[in-house]
Design a protein around this ligand. Structure first.
Ligand code: TYM
Length: 327
């Protein structure tokens, strides 16, 4: 029997090469080896106010991008989180097994309260518990994520162990899968900050759907550092980030790239990097356009996904309800 892999993306902003390198690329590479579930987590998205029609179209767009990236609906279960009501039900139960002290420590919550100071809602606070429910509902073994989700996964494990200690083994304890290189791709104009798909300044990221001319312009504008050497160095955050992107997309180790670009200037390096990104994105974008013309196909996949995921989730939810004494 294959082990279970689960992951998801919140439908906010635009999918970026950060999401691709940190998570989605690994989904594609791992999907044959594991029994996979991939979600678009719309319930997470509403912790920040969303325009309903944009949320609807973004959910469809993200699913189409999953498919265009090579996620196979015949092999993997693809679904929208809100289509499986067990996520909300388990999240409530797990809220009762999570301490406020634990949630207060969550770095993402602290960052988001600064960014969205006019809307610090309770959903934003218990967001990591919903994420724990997403994972624990499917007896997940492995969760491929970027580095920014590491703390949420540790909390998921703590909640699962706590519950199992009280009620006997119910939950599988999940392991994170975080790449050694590329787990935190940085912003193009501010390489001290993470590349963020909801960034208001589009020039901070390359979106998977960016046109070639836009990719070229954004990479040309990306912050590099004083000096001329193309190498990874703590004092050269901009060029280190671009080298990491190059390495993850080309599969070439960083020392080899440093060797290859020895003596070349930043402009030449950036031109090659932009061309590489454009070549990787081209087939994805072509496939995406075809998929978006076939909404019926997407909706069939989502119906099947919700049914498959729902049946699995309900089995675990029932077990949890029985163990805690719901009649
Ligand atoms: P989200 O939507 O912010 O990001 C989706 C995935 O992309 C990774 N990522 C990055 N990786 C490298 N560099 C970056 N700059 C970068 N930015 C984002 C994220 O780590 C993530 O893997 N809470 C989650 C979604 C979620 C989830 C889950 C994930 C909800 N339930 C259950 C796994 C399992 C989130 O907001 O990711």
């Amino acid at each position: 029997m294959k082990k279970t892999l689960l992951s998801g993306v919140a439908p906010t902003g635009n999918l970026t090469i950060g999401n691709y390198i940190g998570a989605l690329k690994n989904w594609k590479e791992m999907q044959r080896q594991y029994d996979c579930l991939f979600m678009v987590v719309d319930m997470h998205a509403i912790t920040i106010h969303q325009d309903p029609s944009s949320l609807r179209s973004r959910c469809l767009s993200f699913v189409s991008q999953y498919l265009a990236l090579g996620i196979e609906p015949k092999e993997s279960t693809i679904f929208i989180q809100s289509h499986v009501s067990a996520h909300a039900e388990l999240a409530w139960i797990l809220n009762c097994f999570t301490y406020m002290g634990e949630l207060n420590r969550m770095t993402q919550f602290k960052n988001k309260t600064k960014k969205y100071s006019s809307n610090i809602n309770a959903g934003l606070y218990v967001y990591p518990v919903l994420m724990a429910a997403d994972i624990l509902l499917y007896q997940t073994d492995i969760v491929p994520i970027g580095d920014d989700q590491r703390q949420h996964l540790e909390l998921t494990r703590d909640i699962a162990v706590r519950f199992n200690n009280l009620y006997g083994k119910v939950f599988q304890i999940p392991e994170p899968y975080i790449s050694k290189v590329g787990a935190r791709i940085m912003s193009l104009l501010d390489p001290k900050s993470k590349m963020d798909k909801s960034d208001h300044n589009f020039n901070n990221y390359i979106a998977l759907l960016d046109e070639p001319s836009v990719v070229l312009k954004k990479i040309r504008q990306a912050i590099t550092d004083s000096g001329t050497e193309i190498k990874v160095d703590k004092s050269k955050l901009g060029i280190s980030n671009l080298l990491t992107v190059y390495s993850c997309l080309s599969g070439m180790p960083i020392p080899k790239l440093e060797e290859q670009f020895k003596g070349k200037n930043y402009t030449a390096f950036k031109k090659e990097l932009a061309e590489l990104i454009i070549e990787i994105l081209r087939p994805i974008q072509n496939k995406y356009k075809k998929l978006m013309d076939n909404k019926d196909y997407i909706s069939t996949i989502l119906k099947q996904g919700a049914k498959k995921a729902g049946e699995r989730a309900d089995r675990i939810l029932k077990k949890v309800q029985e163990r805690i004494g719901f009649i």
